[in-house]
Design a protein around this ligand. Structure first.
Ligand code: DX5
Ligand code: ZN
Length: 218
């Protein structure tokens, strides 16, 4: 069974709670929260204060995708704000193992994201310490970009490695996922599916969510 994680980057920020409630009611399991700092990526979004306000009103699993430099300085704030899963970028962490332990010290799930140009090899030695790998299928920074096809091979390679190591780790894929390409990423091994523009941009969210689920059956 896949988990759907709508990305709030494509929500209407002037009606954020209203939009989030729509995806919660549609049965989406995770809320994917894209945090950008204008340094790691060329865009700025939101921080712990907004997350804390949403937390009081939403029961979904909060999946924070930190596209920020020096994530260690902010992990406590994101944990205190009510995030359930904290995902940091391999490319942003000088001491990735230490950062993962930092997240886990707050009893939160830890994930590591890799950009399209970053090989699986770079996270091989920390796999046993994490709960989820986020394979970026676009270059981070913006919603609504096209899916990079090479991601399929990366997911397959990661899935093989996780199976070989006999680990229980989720594979999340993020960027350019639509009802018409969800099947290929699920077939490759992904089980947590981020979708921003396809879900929040839909004029019938329930129908689109259903379409994602039906098309994900392999
Ligand atoms: C990109 C973000 C994504 C993005 C996905 O930096 O990490 O989560 O919002 O949006 P879509 O599904 O529109 O590609
Ligand atoms: Zn994201």
């Amino acid at each position: 069974m896949i988990k759907l994680a709508p990305s709030i980057l494509s929500a209407d920020f002037s009606r954020l709670l209203e939009d989030v409630k729509k995806v919660e009611k549609a049965g989406c399991e995770y809320l994917h929260i894209d945090v950008m700092d204008g340094h790691f990526v060329p865009n700025i979004t939101l921080g712990p204060m907004v997350i804390k306000s949403l937390r009081k009103n939403v029961d979904m699993v909060f999946d924070a995708h930190l596209m920020i430099e020096n994530p260690d300085n902010y992990i406590k704030d994101f944990c205190d704000a009510g995030c359930d899963i904290i995902v940091v970028h391999q490319e942003a962490c000088k001491h990735l193992h230490r950062t993962i332990q930092n997240i886990k010290s707050y009893n939160k799930k830890a994930g590591v994201a890799i950009n399209p140009a970053t090989p699986i090899e770079t996270i091989k030695h920390i796999l046993k310490d994490i709960d989820m790998v986020l394979v970026m299928s676009v270059n981070p920074g913006f919603g609504g970009q096209s899916f990079i096809e090479e991601t399929i091979d990366k997911i397959k390679e990661l899935k093989k490695l996780i199976t070989k190591k006999n680990l229980n780790i989720d594979i999340q894929v993020d960027g350019g996922i639509k009802p018409d390409n969800i099947k290929e990423v699920v077939k490759a091994g992904a089980n947590v599916i981020v979708a921003g523009s396809a879900i929040f941009g839909s004029d019938d969210i329930n129908k689109t969510v259903l379409e994602f689920r039906e098309n994900s059956r392999i």
